[in-house]
Design a protein around this ligand. Structure first.
Ligand code: HEM
Length: 129
């Protein structure tokens, strides 16, 4: 098994933009509570892999963030301030513009051109068409 730093196996952490201000998310986009029925799971989504993140916009579970820069700014702002369930690990932060560019460049560096061009992973429906 390879390194796991780019994907977590556990479900994690409310980082999303959208809630009703009381911690509830829109029906159909509520996280794993929709499968478990456990109120503690409201707004919990699995942290996705960052591999090829530069080519998989729009972002987060409902595609409500258009660019990596906006995702970054969302984290810098501490997630959705009106959501009482936002993770303690998303407290917000201040960095310089150069540092912001560096982090986004790091995310772009996770692009795997070989996988993107590998026909083995293309055309998932070619077997049934
Ligand atoms: C500055 C630091 C961070 C960056 C640059 C970052 C980057 C990203 C990006 C680009 C996505 C969208 C992935 C996609 O749509 O495929 C994402 C989603 C996510 N991240 Fe982070 N992340 C950061 C910090 C964190 C932390 C600290 C946590 C956990 C406490 C976390 C947990 C998650 C989760 C659960 C999602 C999925 C959210 C959803 O689908 O609604 N991230 N992150």
């Amino acid at each position: 098994m390879g390194p796991t730093i780019f994907s977590q196996s556990r479900f994690a952490t409310r980082v999303s933009t959208i809630s009703d201000g009381c911690g509830s998310y829109p029906i159909g986009n509520q996280g794993i509570i929709e499968f478990t029925g456990d109120p503690r799971d409201m707004g919990l989504f699995k942290a996705p892999t960052l591999r090829n993140i530069a080519v998989t916009a729009p972002y987060i579970h409902d595609g409500s963030i258009a660019t990596l820069g906006e995702v970054f700014d969302h984290y810098a702002a501490g997630g959705h301030a009106a959501n009482p369930n936002t993770s303690q690990f998303v407290p917000g932060f201040v960095i310089t513009e150069d540092e912001r560019i560096d982090v986004i460049a790091f995310l772009v560096s996770l692009t795997d051109e070989a996988v993107l061009a590998d026909s083995h992973w293309s055309g998932p429906f070619k077997w049934i068409l």
